[in-house]
Design a protein around this ligand. Sequence first.
Ligand SMILES: C[S@@+](CC[C@H](N)C(=O)[O-])C[C@H]1O[C@@H](n2cnc3c(N)ncnc32)[C@H](O)[C@@H]1O
Length: 318
Amino acid sequence: MMDTAQRYRAFATREAHGHSAIYEELAGRTADDEELIALIDQLPVPKRQPNLLLAAVRFLGGPMKGYVAFRSWVITHWDQVSATMQRRRTQTNEPGRCATLLPLLASLPQPLALIEVGASAGLCLYPDHYQYRYDDRPPLGPSASPLSLTCRTAGPVPFPERLPTVAWRAGIDINPLDVRDTDDIRWLECLVWPEQRDRLDRLRNAARIAQAEPPHLVRGDLNQAVRELVSQAPRGATPVVFHSAVLVYLPSEARSAFTETMRCIPGHWITNEGPHILPTVEARLPRSAPPDQAVFALALDEQPVAFAGPHGQSLDWF
Ligand SMILES: C[S@@+](CC[C@H](N)C(=O)[O-])C[C@H]1O[C@@H](n2cnc3c(N)ncnc32)[C@H](O)[C@@H]1O
């Protein structure tokens, strides 16, 4: 296992590099700073994440203008920073993922009962409220929507002619965030990296839509809560359980238990996760994931259909 300094260095070079110059600098220099690493090491291992520290500092109004000011502020405000890191989680909610989920959702018998596990604030539960722009095709969806999602495609994508009809929507999260709570929204904003203005705009616009009709979110572990929630779906609607960037947080026994459950409950199961997360999906991939690019494997009932950009920015259909 990597120690904390190695974790921060790896975050700087492998994750932040090319995406956030300020996060690359702050995480990279933290890795070499014994005093800061010693403070971070007082936290439980899962709470030492670079993303969590950086979001917590921004949430508390700390400076993001260079390492010297950052380190001195973190040391002076360590009690607040560590309390925020203990209380909060990295649970970025990315509504852009609806652009890659949409062709599958639209292909199922309508109307749908959507059940998202690991829903965060539930912003992916509104695919029928967003507008979509696939390549240079005509836009699909309500022209008055405050959120327009763009997605680059390759391969024979089954572009939908109309949006799915959603009869019911609900979600589960171990720590649901509330779109009506200004601190929860501000936390989600701080989880978006500083330079990613388009992601911030997407988040804010999706939150406006969700605030008008807040989602029904159940607090709990997905393995404990999914059966009961699916059983509440209205008759006549197709239950669709879906998730993106969630199973990676589960130990492998919990992933296996969830897979077994999903094979037994009615309806469909859409997974949008790293290509190595679900063994059956990985084994059925027609080609390897691109080595130079982060992608999710999008699958319907364990049958992979595409590689998807992790934020919904691209869709490469098999
Ligand atoms: C990276 S976020 C993704 C949120 C959302 N799926 C999206 O695509 O925007 C992962 C979410 O999964 C939730 N989560 C992690 N483990 C969970 C579990 N065992 N049961 C329910 N939710 C869980 C986290 O709290 C977090 O909100």
